[in-house]
Design a protein around this ligand. Structure first.
Ligand code: ZN
Length: 127
C-alpha cells in the first residue's frame, strides 16, 4: 500500500489510507512533539474549486471533529480553536498539502464552457 508523506516545515503528515468516495481514510499528523492519527473524509466539494474534509482524532468523541475547507487563491479554513485564533492550523495545512501533492482529490476548476454569457440577457423581455 502506498502512502504519501508531506512536510510543510511546521507540520509533517502521512496519509496512511486515502479516503474512498463516501468513506473515510487515515492520516497521521505530527506538529511539534505531538503525533496524532485522524480519520479523514471528504464532506463536499464544488465546481468553483472548494473542497471540504472532516477530520476526527482517533479516540475522540465524534462531535470533536474539525471541518477543513480548502479553496482557490490560498483560501483555507478550519473550525478548530487554533485556526480561529491564528488563521492557520495543522489540519488545514495538512489537507492543503495533500491536495497539492495530488494525494486527495482536487475539485475541477470551473470550465469556460460553463460560463454562459447569455444567461442574464434580456432576450425574453416582451418589448
Ligand atoms: Zn484546525
Amino acid at each position: 500500500m502506498s502512502t504519501t508523506t508531506i512536510d510543510t516545515g511546521k507540520v509533517q503528515a502521512t496519509l496512511i489510507q486515502a479516503p474512498i468516495p463516501g468513506g473515510a481514510g487515515l492520516v497521521e499528523i505530527t506538529s511539534g512533539r505531538k503525533t496524532a492519527t485522524y480519520t479523514i473524509a471528504e464532506i463536499g466539494h464544488c465546481d468553483a474549486g472548494f473542497s471540504a474534509y472532516r477530520l476526527l482524532e482517533q479516540g475522540r468523541p465524534a462531535d470533536e471533529c474539525y471541518d477543513v475547507e480548502i479553496g482557490p487563491c490560498g483560501y483555507r479554513r478550519c473550525d478548530c480553536r487554533g485556526h480561529e485564533a491564528h488563521g492557520h492550523c495543522k489540519h488545514a495545512e495538512t489537507v492543503r498539502a495533500l491536495i497539492t501533492r495530488g494525494a486527495l482529490p482536487d475539485p475541477a476548476p470551473v470550465a469556460d464552457d460553463d460560463l454562459d454569457p447569455f444567461a442574464h440577457s434580456n432576450a425574453d423581455i416582451p418589448w
